[in-house]
Design a protein around this ligand. Structure first.
Ligand code: FAD
Length: 397
């Protein structure tokens, strides 16, 4: 029977990130992915490697500072995949967040980014407003400009996977995790069962990492003895792609219900997102809903009136966030702003020492930090191995 130090379920950014961090520490790793690498949330995000300016509103300062640190690192490690871009925040007479609030927020953001040039912001002089991709200037009071980064989420996930593979990690695609019996062959030998190429397979693992994103609970339900679970909401976020591109950068606007929406250049077209509504159902079935597409199109037209004459949607995509329970809105209900915490939870349950770790939530931006934290939690359970690399220095191609 094949045997690994770690078996990871899920080939999204977290699964490949943990595979990279673990193999850099010299551990043997296998990743099971039921569909394809980055086929889940990790190809359906807003594609931003960002500090998360809006998290300042909910006082999540340490999250912002961690995100900005990881952003700086990724700009160095993956210059072909992560690109710094100008971001514009137009403030109109009717905008809820007033210029002084944004000024305070952007100043805090710059401080959290240690005042490096990439963290600074300015006001765009009025004479330059006409260069802003046809942005509506009626009732426009101020336009702020700051910097954040954009990536190709699926390409980044593949690059991290290649980095892990170079250090020996194995990836099994179209391999569905079907069950695990923890501690079956002694304290830290867990039996893992999966389905691959129409065959039932078995292997052993010292540690099991559940990085199944929106399928997190489904995976837990296949493990014995039954592990403890956290209550989470699945929150749907949709994007639309419309024809025509933006030349100046990304626009960060306020929708009618006061939520923040990004309008950004994407592969020669324009990507608009996102929505936020709780989701119940199989994660495999998530689809952008007609009312979400209308909402995003209305927001786009409000700020870029040229889209009124051609309201064509080239494509639409929806993904699911995993957020701790207790906030938000009903799928059909009225919107609310940022009522969910954005924290990433690493859960090992009551078992001590643990043989299973579950990743709840998370951000593309902080995948490396999350992976390092997973390893810091699990390292005492694993055998001593020779470290071969440090993820802070591993270039991504
Ligand atoms: C709409 C939206 C916008 C976002 N925008 C941003 C952003 O701009 N910036 C940012 O930093 N973060 C963003 N995020 C968050 C970020 O995208 C996610 O946190 C991240 O992609 C989650 O990755 P993951 O690996 O945990 O999950 P996923 O990418 O969903 O991967 C889980 C994988 O597990 C596999 N799997 C499930 N069950 C099994 C099984 N039984 N056997 C084998 N494999 C299985 C699935 O097929 C899937 O590939 C956004 C999220 C959403 C929803």
């Amino acid at each position: 029977m094949e045997s690994y130090d770690l078996v990871i379920i899920g080939g999204g950014i977290h699964g490949v990130g943990v595979a990279q961090a673990a193999s850099a520490k010299g551990f043997s790793v296998m990743v099971l992915e039921q569909t394809d690498i980055a086929s889940g949330t990790s190809s359906r995000s807003s594609k931003l490697i960002h500090g998360g300016l809006r998290y300042l509103e909910s006082g999540e300062f340490s999250l912002v500072s961690e995100c900005l640190y990881e952003r700086a690192l990724l700009l160095k490690l993956a210059p072909d995949l992560v690109e710094l871009k100008p971001f514009y925040i137009p403030v109109y007479r009717y905008t809820t967040r007033r210029p002084w609030i944004l000024h305070v927020g952007l100043s805090l953001y710059a401080l959290q980014g240690r005042l490096y040039p990439a963290a600074r912001f300015c006001r765009v002089p009025q004479k330059l407003w006409k260069k802003l991709d046809g942005l509506d200037t009626a009732q426009l009071e101020v336009v702020f400009q700051y910097n954040d980064a954009q990536t190709d989420d699926a390409a980044l996930t593949h690059a991290v996977m290649r980095s892990a593979q170079q250090m020996g990690a194995q990836f099994k695609i179209s391999a569905t995790f079907t069950g695990a019996r923890l501690g079956q062959l002694g304290k830290h030998t867990n039996i893992i069962e999966y389905w691959h190429h129409d065959k039932a397979k078995t292997c052993t693992a010292g540690v099991l990492v559940n990085a199944a994103g929106p399928w997190v609970q489904q995976v837990l339900s296949r493990i014995t003895p039954t592990p403890s679970q956290l209550k989470v909401d699945l929150v749907q976020g949709a994007h639309i792609v419309v024809p025509g591109t933006l030349t100046q950068g990304v626009y960060y606007v306020e929708a009618q219900d006061k939520r923040a929406v990004f309008i950004m250049p994407w592969r020669g077209n324009t990507l608009v997102g996102t929505t936020e509504s709780t989701y119940q159902g199989d994660p495999m079935d998530v689809r952008p809903l007609p009312h979400e597409q209308d909402y995003l199109m209305k927001t786009l037209i409000n700020y870029f009136p040229r889209y009124r004459s051609e309201q064509r949607i080239l494509s639409a995509i929806a993904g699911l966030r995993v957020l701790p329970s207790g906030g938000g809105q009903n799928r059909r209900g009225a919107s609310s702003i940022n009522t969910w915490s954005r924290e990433t939870i690493l859960h090992t349950g009551r078992q001590d020492p643990p043989s299973l770790l579950t990743i709840y939530g998370g951000k593309l931006t902080t995948y490396r930090l999350t992976a390092e934290r997973v390893m810091a939690r699990m390292i005492r359970v694993l055998p001593v191995r020779k470290v071969i690399a440090d993820t802070r220095y591993l270039k991504l191609y």
